[in-house]
Ligand binder design. Structure first.
Ligand code: PRP
Length: 216
């Protein structure tokens, strides 16, 4: 039987770079992808019959759910936010950060009370789950697409729900972590049908990635 290609979707940016390091370590390099000037979106390792493509992080679970990618590498934040029907099979241990509620010190007391406060975030589903199901506080969630730290500074919201990695962005903007929602890291996700049809090849990749350590 002719072996088909396995397709791996990578979330663009920092995670993709680290993910490629991990694949290289398990003997699946893809040198083409290292060319910074390339505008190509698909990269192939012909020997191993594996194709990689780069997608926007939030789109990775979508490609995997529909089977356009068999495997995806994406942050736990995106998996939680997208809520797709996919298998989450491995914590890669890199890309560690935290989902936090942050704001100015003056907003701390608003998180104790029952007032309806405004929460700006790129992650409305995670924020909603945290405030409604865990804290039982009614809030107004305002969806933004980036530079979330601006919101409490210019008066759009009282707090934000966002990723904190080093804490530098908060610090440089006079904000601080007020509550922690959950820890996050990069994960491997797999299409549910691929997991059955290509079990052997996928399991081998997962096993390899599990034994590989990549600097945080
Ligand atoms: C993320 C996040 C914070 C920042 C946290 O933004 O939304 O703004 O990184 O990192 P730090 O704790 O190390 O400062 P990203 O750089 O992805 O860009 P964005 O603002 O467009 O979402």
């Amino acid at each position: 039987m002719v072996q088909g290609y396995l397709t791996v979707a990578l979330g663009k940016g920092r995670l993709a770079k680290k993910a490629m390091e991990a694949f290289e370590k398990i003997g699946i390099p893809c040198d083409e992808m290292k060319d910074k000037d390339t505008r190509k979106l698909i990269f192939v390792n012909e020997e191993k019959k594996i194709r990689f493509f780069l997608a926007k992080g939030p789109d990775v679970p979508t490609y995997v759910e529909y089977g356009a990618a068999d495997i995806g590498i994406v942050g736990e934040d995106t998996i939680l936010e997208e809520g797709r029907n996919i298998y989450e099979v491995l914590d890669l241990g890199f890309g560690k950060c935290r989902m936090c509620i942050a704001g100015p010190e003056s907003s701390r007391k608003l998180l104790q009370g029952r007032e309806v406060i405004r929460v700006a975030t790129k992650y409305p589903r995670i924020a909603k789950d945290y405030f409604y199901n865990q804290k039982h506080q009614t809030v107004e969630i305002i969806k933004l697409n980036g530079s979330i730290e601006l919101a409490p500074i210019v008066g759009l919201s009282e707090v934000i729900c966002d990723i904190v990695e080093t804490g530098t962005t908060l610090k440089e903007n006079g904000l601080l972590v007020l509550e922690e929602v959950c820890p996050l890291s990069a994960r491997v996700v797999v299409n549910q049908v691929s997991m059955r049809m290509e079990n052997e090849r996928i399991t081998e990749i997962i096993r390899g990635l599990k034994s590989t350590t990549i600097d945080m």
